[in-house]
Design a protein around this ligand. Structure first.
Ligand code: C2E
Ligand code: CA
Ligand code: CA
Ligand code: CA
Length: 279
């Protein structure tokens, strides 16, 4: 156990130093990871509940650390945000996800849309639109096959500015999805004004279906509101057939989760597409 100094002073300095040092260390490791190509992307299929076919794939970053092995995004995205490195990492994801999706389209002859997660730092970066344009040109992907996932909190800042930015991005043909919907500060009056296409119901509301009646009410209400506003709805974290059936009955448009498929490597995704339809 640590000794507590007079006034707790030493205790706090030590804590702070340890935290700062750890942050600095991981920041260096992340820079190194970018240079050494230690990141990769896995793709999780999203399924159209009407047809059972794949509507889109979500790009999820993976860090293959030479010593620690696979590091989950929950362990490094927040640090990448804090240090600002997320802007470079996010650009890497955007570019490589578009490149691989374009390749997959050519290999399979099928139209495939890719959903890429944006962090708040990226969203408020003045270069974002230039970066997107460059990636579109460089990879040759048609913008209608690109979807960007943003979270509610990112959209609540300066609402008029956000609306303008989203409109410019959407005018290129890109799809906008609000991720983790219901977990943040969603205000329905904002939602009405925001030019978005899809709401993604947060996993937290899906997890306890069909045991939790409140979660079922909330989920069906989100679906109904979204449809009234002419938006599509996707549910994430769908792990079993009861959840799938509930979503089908309540007219949810799309679903994503282990029930349909875990996130897949590019190679596995390719086999998946050539094998045909999902559940
Ligand atoms: P998210 O955007 O909400 O992504 C969905 C997470 O749920 C993924 O975790 C996915 O593997 C997991 N998942 C999918 N289906 C199921 C299911 O049926 N049950 C359960 N329990 N989990 C499921 P992952 O890949 O570990 O990513 C965690 C978070 O890290 C993401 O949450 C996202 O916020 C962030 N993230 C991942 N990749 C990127 C990226 O490229 N850029 C940014 N900015 N954030 C990313
Ligand atoms: Ca997401
Ligand atoms: Ca999510
Ligand atoms: Ca979530």
């Amino acid at each position: 156990a640590k000794e507590r100094g007079r006034d707790g002073y030493y205790f706090f300095t030590e804590e702070l130093n340890t935290k700062a040092l750890k942050l600095l260390h991981i920041e260096q490791e992340l820079r190194h990871a970018l240079q050494m190509d230690e990141f990769s992307i896995v793709y999780q299929p999203q399924v159209c509940l009407k047809t059972g076919s794949i509507s889109s794939i979500e790009a999820l970053i993976r860090w293959n650390h030479p010593v620690r092995g696979e590091v989950a995004p929950d362990e490094f995205i927040a640090i990448a945000e804090e240090t600002g490195l997320i802007v470079q990492i996010g650009e890497w994801v955007l570019k490589n996800a578009c490149m691989q999706t374009q390749m997959l389209q050519q290999l399979t002859g099928q139209p495939i849309r890719v959903a890429v997660n944006l962090s708040s730092r990226q969203f408020s970066d003045p270069n974002l639109e230039t970066i997107i344009e460059e990636v579109l040109v460089e990879t040759g992907i048609d913008p209608t096959y690109l979807e960007l996932e943003v979270t509610e909190s990112m959209l609540m800042d300066d609402i008029d500015k956000v609306i303008q930015q989203l409109n410019r991005i959407k005018s290129a043909g890109i799809t906008i999805t609000i991720d983790d919907f219901g977990s943040g500060y969603s205000s329905l009056s904002y939602l009405k004004r925001l030019p978005v296409d899809i709401l993604k119901v947060d996993r937290e509301f899906v997890r306890d279906i069909p045991d939790d009646l409140n979660d079922m009410e909330i989920t069906s209400a989100i679906i109904a509101i979204a449809h009234k506003l002419n938006l599509k709805v996707i549910a994430e974290g769908v792990e079993n057939i009861d959840q799938r059936d509930f979503l089908v009955i309540n007219k949810c448009d799309y679903a994503q989760g282990y029930y349909f498929s875990r996130p897949l490597t590019f190679e596995d995704l390719y086999s998946f597409f050539t094998a045909g339809q999902l559940k």
